[in-house]
Every structure is written in C-alpha cells, then in structure tokens.
Design a protein around this ligand. Structure first.
Ligand SMILES: Cc1cc2nc3c(=O)[nH]c(=O)nc-3n(C[C@H](O)[C@H](O)[C@H](O)COP(=O)(O)OP(=O)(O)OC[C@H]3O[C@@H](n4cnc5c(N)ncnc54)[C@H](O)[C@@H]3O)c2cc1C
Length: 391
C-alpha cells in the first residue's frame, strides 16, 4: 500500500502532464500514472509540431480559452526554460464560404482578433509557395504558429516533479474505482493499489477503454503526418517566411502544414486534417503505405507545387474524436470526485496548458471560471448508456 494522495492523474501525455503540473503548483499531493515514458510516440502527442491559432473556425467559444492558452504557453516557456512556441503566422485558406475561412472570420469578428483577409493574388505574392485558385481567399493571423508537443509534455512533467508530484512512468492503471458517496478513488496497477481523494483521467486514445461508463462515443482514428523534401530545397519554407496553414478544398477536405522548422533534412511536414481510418491503440498501423503517400502528393501537387518531393519520414498518430468534434472536459456525470479530459478530436494540443488549468480547477473545486459548456458530456451521452444508468 502506498501513500494516500489528494489527486491522482491517469495518463501523463499532453493533458495529464499539464493537469499534474497545475495541481502540484496549487499544493496538491499528486500521483501521476503513465503507461509509457514521458513524451512517447504511442499516443497523440508526437511529431514535432502542432498548429496554434486564435481565429478558431471550429467554434467561437474556443477563443477565450485560446487567449488564456497563449498566456500559459508563454509562462511555461519562462518557467521551464524550453523553447515551445514559434509564431510564424497562420493562413486559413479556401473559398470564402468554406468552414475554414468563414468560421475563422466569424471567430475573429466576434472576438475582435487582429487579422487580414487576402485574395488569391495577395496570397501568391506574399507566400509564393502557395498556388490558390482564383476563387480562393485566406484569413491571415500573425499570432498563429506552432508549438512543440514532445518538448511541451517534457516541460510539464519536469515542472510537476519540481512542484513535488509523484509521477510514475511505465505503470499503467489497470482499474479505477470511484468509492461510494463521492469518497475518493482507488486505482490498481501491476505494482499495487493507490487511493486518492480525487481523480483526473486524461487517457487520450485509451478513452474507450478507461471511460467506457462515460456514455460518450469516441472514434479513435489513425492519422498520418508526412515530411516531404521540397523539390527546390527547404529555403522557401523557412519559418521566417512561411506560415502554418489549413487549406480546405471545395469538397471540404482539409490539408494542413508547417514551415521547415527543424532543418532541411527534417523535411516539411504536412497532413490531411480528418481523413483517418478507425483503429485502436493496439491495432494502429504504423507503416506508411505508398497509396497514401500518392494521395497526399496528388492533393498538394497543384496547391503547393514545390512540396511533394521524396517522402523523408512518416508517422502515424491517433485522434480520439467525439460525434460533434468538441472536447469532453468535465466532472464525470456519475462520480463527482472524478474529472475527465478527453475526446480532443484532433485539435486539442494548442489548448494543453489551459486544459491543465481547467482540470485542476474542476478537481479541486468542482467548477471552473473558464467557459466549458461546449465540453459537457451529458447532452452527448448515448441513449443506450442513459438507459443503463437509470436502471
Ligand atoms: C497527426 C496529429 C496531428 C495533430 N495536429 C494538431 C494540431 O496541429 N494542433 C492541435 O491543437 N492539435 C493537434 N492534434 C491533436 C492533439 O495532438 C491531441 O488532441 C492531443 O495531443 C491529445 O492529448 P491527450 O493528452 O488527450 O493524449 P496523449 O498525449 O496521447 O496522452 C494520453 C496518455 O494516456 C496514457 N494512458 C492511456 N491509458 C493509460 C492507463 N491505463 N494508465 C496510464 N496511462 C495511460 C497514454 O500512454 C498517453 O500517454 C493532432 C493530433 C495528431 C495525432
């Protein structure tokens, strides 16, 4: 039997690492349990870069969280001494009525975010690697860019430890049980059993397994990141001159990408936003297949003609997607002593530090001042589960 803790955190990936840090910094006695090593590549938080942006096409309600996330990213850089964020500018491209352009514009308007609208000629002139069609436009925001996922996970883990958190890697939680009457939780691992007053569950792609009783449907999807050697070299893709981008085609397919930030040998990273195939963490196919390389090369050929040269590297990663693509961050509906943070639906990384702050609020006070109505699991529970729960 081990010590008793104020809060246990299951999963020390992006969100769990941030939660452990924010909890420990508030003086909580924190136990963290992680299946693998810090900043591993078996989940959803690897591949060197993640887009960060504010004019959020997904929904304007994310914007206040993003504004806070930027403050916390800067604080995390200061406190850890790590280089975590590069603001290169971000372009949201497509037809004016596409979700990517119209949704970004609506968020920018609603929150008064600084931005510029560019027509196709402006885009070609300012960003010569990009070849939009005449009817395509872009919203440009200078505050967009990217964050570094592995370095960010390491920074949160290191700071959580500095604040006294007891973090245990290669020790997966086998079971968690909420004790009756909201009286704490019990967690078992191969090493033994732990108790804590409260629990935060941040399981990433293991949500269907660890949070089956939440009643929310999650689809775990394989998503591939591709690093291409640009035909004419990486020069035109240098971060000083190249933004991150999300580019929607008339069929609604989105492709996104980054500048060449880790040198010419590293190649230039690009990917489809949502064209995954269902998988589980155990069945994830890590091989990259010639037909998928051909598909993304063909998609890019007349948009970013320089880009799809030889493939230097590919990496499979997982999204854990909810039906409405909004996150699940809330007290567990059945167990008030349990907080859940999951279902980040392929767009969660940029929010990592603010999700840590929200999870710490919920775990310590049961509530948060941040706007999180969109993330409530209750309206999204499946009929089947509601039935089971009321039995
Ligand atoms: C290819 C790709 C591109 C992306 N691009 C972007 C982007 O540009 N911008 C953006 O904002 N977001 C992006 N995302 C999404 C973002 O990366 C994810 O939303 C985020 O990383 C999810 O963090 P997480 O903490 O939920 O998952 P993870 O970081 O995977 O953490 C979950 C952790 O739980 C651990 N775990 C699971 N079960 C147990 C157990 N029983 N016991 C102990 N530990 C356990 C796992 O090992 C894992 O470490 C992208 C994702 C992918 C895959």
């Amino acid at each position: 039997m081990h010590d008793s803790y104020d809060v246990a955190v299951i999963g020390l990936g992006a969100m769990g690492g941030a939660a452990a840090y924010h909890l420990a910094a508030r003086g909580q006695r924190v136990l963290g349990l992680e299946r693998f090593d810090p900043a591993h590549d078996r989940g959803s938080s690897h591949g060197g870069s993640r887009i960060i942006r504010q004019a959020y096409f997904e929904h304007p309600d994310y914007v206040p969280l993003l504004l806070r996330a930027y403050e916390l990213w800067e604080a995390l850089e200061r406190d850890s001494g790590a280089d975590l964020m590069s603001l290169t500018g971000a372009l949201m491209l497509g037809r004016p009525d596409s979700r990517t352009v119209a949704g970004s514009r609506e968020s920018a308007r609603r929150w008064g975010l600084p931005h510029e609208m560019l027509d196709a000629a402006d885009i070609r002139r300012r960003f010569p690697t990009l070849a939009p069609r005449d009817d395509e436009v872009a919203l440009y925001e200078a505050r967009g860019g990217f964050v570094r996922p592995e370095a960010a996970v390491r920074a949160h883990v290191a700071l959580a430890r500095r604040e006294g958190a007891d973090l245990r890697f290669r020790e997966p939680a086998q079971t968690w049980t909420a004790l009756p009457g909201g009286q704490g939780v019990r967690i078992t691992t191969a090493a033994g059993a732990y108790t804590a007053e409260r629990l935060v569950v941040c399981p990433g792609a293991w949500a269907p397994e660890l949070l089956a009783d939440l009643g929310v449907e999650f689809t775990v999807e394989r998503q591939v990141q591709y690093w291409f050697a640009p035909r004419g070299g990486a020069g035109p893709f240098a971060p000083e001159r190249h933004p991150v981008y999300v580019w929607e085609d008339p069929g609604g397919v989105q492709v996104y990408g980054f500048p060449a930030y880790d040198g010419p040998e590293g190649g230039v990273k690009t990917a489809f936003f949502r064209r995954g195939s269902p998988c589980t963490p155990e069945t994830l196919d890590r091989r990259i297949h010639p037909e998928e390389i051909a598909a993304i090369s063909a998609h890019l050929a007349d948009r970013i003609p320089e880009l799809p040269g030889p493939l230097l590297r590919g990496a499979a990663c997982m999204y854990t997607t909810t039906a409405d693509e909004h996150f699940v961050v809330a007290p567990h509906p059945e167990h008030p002593q349990v907080t859940v943070a999951c279902g980040f639906s392929g767009h969660g990384f940029k929010f990592t530090p603010v999700i840590g702050e929200i999870a710490a609020d919920l775990a310590t006070t049961g509530t948060t001042a941040h706007p999180v109505d969109l993330f409530d699991p209750r309206p999204r529970r499946t009929a089947a589960t509601q039935h089971e729960v009321t039995q």
